[in-house]
Ligand binder design. Structure first.
Ligand code: FAD
Ligand code: SF4
Ligand code: SF4
Length: 383
């Protein structure tokens, strides 16, 4: 019987799914089993849309339909924890399964704190996350740095510190460090992110630490809750999944990689935040001077609950009749959300004027934490 803290290699017994899946298919198989066993009534996952730069959220009720979601979309920058609010009010006692990256998981915790979701009704299958690349930036990077037509790319992956593409006629990898030093690569919030293994989900799944003959063929699963252990045991008993204890050397490697990612996150925080320190107010005024008051930063933020008017339209606390928005509009917003900003990057990603909003909220959150922590004790999680 699996228990919280166990670390295993797991792989699907379905050979067709194994081919399609990222590295063992345990995530897809676990979610399929959750539906088949009626542990959940629906699953919120991600599937490929128009092309591999287009990650689309889907609500699945037929287990077979989950096969179309197998595989990782590293240009999928969507946040499922805000999208889940489309469904939660209609759930009425029903249970939901979700696949969550670190930021999705943290968003769910914030929604639970606000009593907008009940985590007892939700099973979260977590995926480790080294970062994601914005679709537009990925296309530009592939064209300019890889010298490849982005429309000819059939697969992308991030492995061993490289962004790797497969295209008609070959494959090519370039180190993330090189790409990021040249201004390409992961989103800036992802570079600063330190939630690499989502241990507050029910299971945390990834490819780090899968070594030997299982490399590329099994998913590394860390059991993070009793709910996760029960799901895993059920799927094994139903002969959907096979597991074996993780190789101790693999466990060590995974811990080393996670640690290296923390250090990289710290490096980017230092670089990004120190650049702001001397001229924070001027930078905020200059950058937000492009704001056209569309409200996307509020609509997509998991810690910001929109106020709606009697016509169900969002109410922006902003001076009417003037563009751009007054910088104080942004400062008020930072003041009310920065204490719980999870650095998911949605405000920045969805801003049509490319204002680095997540940078400001994250800087305020992190710097304030640094100041308060010695006085009040450590935060529940470090993001
Ligand atoms: P599969 O059975 O192939 O299932 C994959 C699941 O991921 C599907 O349910 C699909 O809905 C979901 N999914 C795909 N794209 C996204 C997305 N953009 N956002 C949310 N859900 C998505 N593992 C590591 O160990 N180290 C890493 O650095 C790392 N980085 C990752 C970065 C991203 C952006 C993503 C999405 C995943 C990352 N993973 C990483 C996890 C890894 O790629 C596999 O998802 C994991 O090992 C499970 O493999 P599997 O074969 O069991 O998954
Ligand atoms: Fe992954 Fe963190 Fe970026 Fe979310 S914010 S996509 S968890 S690196
Ligand atoms: Fe995410 Fe931006 Fe909201 Fe912070 S302020 S939680 S980065 S959307």
């Amino acid at each position: 019987m699996a228990k919280k803290g166990d670390m295993l290699y797991a792989w699907t017994n379905d050979s067709a799914l194994a081919k399609k899946a990222e590295c063992g298919g345990a995530v897809t198989e676990l979610l399929k089993y959750a539906l088949e066993s009626k542990t959940v009534d629906a699953v919120l996952a991600v599937t490929r849309g128009f092309d591999l730069y287009d990650a689309v959220p889907v609500l699945v009720t037929n287990p077979k339909d989950l096969d179309a979601c197998a595989g990782s979309l590293h240009c999928g920058t969507l946040l499922l924890s805000k999208l889940v609010m489309e469904y939660v009010p209609k759930m009425a006692g029903k249970k939901l399964g979700m696949v969550v990256k670190g930021c999705d998981m943290m968003g769910m915790l914030e929604l639970a704190k606000r009593k907008l979701v009940n985590l007892d009704d939700i099973v979260m299958v977590g995926v480790n996350c080294g970062g994601s690349v914005s679709p537009v930036a990925a296309r530009r990077m592939i064209k300019e740095k890889f010298g490849v037509d982005p429309d000819k790319v059939v697969k992308e992956e991030i492995d061993k510190g490289q962004f790797i593409i497969e295209f008609e006629g070959g494959h090519k990898g370039i180190s993330m460090d090189e790409l990021e030093d040249a201004g390409y690569g992961r989103r800036s919030n992802c570079r600063r992110c330190k939630v690499k293994v989502p241990r507050q989900a029910d299971l945390a799944c990834g490819n780090w630490g899968v070594i030997g003959d299982k490399a590329g063929k099994a998913t590394f699963v860390e059991v993070c809750s009793d709910k996760g252990a029960k799901l895993l045991d059920g799927a094994v008993k139903a002969k959907k999944l096979t597991t074996e204890p993780a190789n101790p050397k693999g466990i060590e490697t995974r811990a080393k990689v996670e640690n290296a990612m923390f250090k990289l996150g710290d490096k980017w925080r230092k670089r990004d935040f120190e650049a702001l320190r001397s001229n924070l107010w001027e930078t905020i005024a200059k950058e937000t001077g492009r704001c056209m008051k569309c409200g996307a930063c509020i609509a997509h933020c998991p810690v910001c609950v929109e106020r709606k008017d009697k016509y169900d339209q969002p109410v922006l606390m902003v001076r009417p009749g003037f563009i751009p928005a007054d910088p104080m509009f942004h400062l008020r917003r930072f003041a009310h959300i920065s204490d719980s900003c999870i650095n998911c990057g949605q405000c920045e990603e969805c801003c049509p004027c490319e204002i680095p909003l997540a940078l400001f909220s994250h800087a305020i959150r992190t710097e304030a934490d640094k100041w308060y922590e010695p006085k009040l004790g450590k935060s529940a999680y470090s993001n």
